[in-house]
Ligand binder design. Structure first.
Ligand code: IMP
Ligand code: MG
Length: 199
């Protein structure tokens, strides 16, 4: 099997992959090679849009860390990076609907071309909260880059300026995205099915 390939069905026919618990099933949705290709395209778009300028990437911890670290290396401009952390999700698959700032930026973004980098746009609550607080700090430009987008779930009217892949309404993990902090290290983006909770 090639490096990074994930045999999701029946958890490898009984041979469990590390980190996959009994009854959980991973099904590949987007392969690593397709992600890499799309990440290069997104970086090219950013490079074209900000030609001759510096871009300041703000990663939303922790989900965006892998996407950010891949995309920044493909951008052909002067760059800088910072991170912000928010919490909106509990331990499971559902958002609490409330966004809290857990870690603020290390430095000012006034006058900078800021690209907010997210793993996924879902309800849009997180990104609309972050756009609101960052806009007040007077960046020169403020854009959103997201690896994934679930437009059917939107509760706020927000759009990504740079979107890797629109996806259906499925819970996905891998390439930075987690389920209760697990699976961030998968190279592919996979749909996670878990057994229903006993009543
Ligand atoms: P939103 O505020 O509902 O748009 O949620 C955005 C955040 O929820 C993302 O940054 C993710 O951390 C998390 N999230 C939303 N959908 C998924 C998913 O399918 N898998 C893993 N995390 C998700
Ligand atoms: Mg996130």
């Amino acid at each position: 099997m090639s490096a990074g390939a994930i045999r999701a069905s029946k958890n490898d026919g009984g041979v469990r992959r590390p980190g996959v618990s009994y009854g959980e099933k991973l099904t590949v949705l987007i392969r690593h090679a397709a992600i890499q290709k799309r990440v290069r395209e997104v970086a090219r778009e950013i490079t074209k849009d900000f030609r001759g300028e510096r871009v300041h990437l703000v990663g939303v911890l922790k989900g965006a860390c892998i996407f950010l670290s891949d995309v920044v290396r493909e951008i052909g401009l002067e760059t800088s990076i910072d991170f912000i952390a928010v919490s909106s999700y509990g331990k499971g698959k559902e958002s609490s609907g409330q966004v809290r700032l857990l870690k603020d930026l290390d430095s000012s973004i006034a006058g900078l071309n800021v690209i907010l980098v997210e793993d996924i746009l879902d309800t849009g609550l997180t990104i609309s909260y972050l756009l609101r607080i960052l806009r007040q700090r007077k960046p020169k430009a403020l854009r959103v880059a997201a690896l994934l987008d679930k437009p059917s779930r939107r509760l706020r009217d927000v759009k990504g300026d740079y979107v890797g892949f629109p996806i259906p309404n499925e819970f996905v993990v891998g390439y930075g995205l987690d389920y209760a902090e697990r699976f961030r290290n998968l190279k592919d983006v996979c749909v996670l099915s878990i057994p229903a909770e006993p009543r």
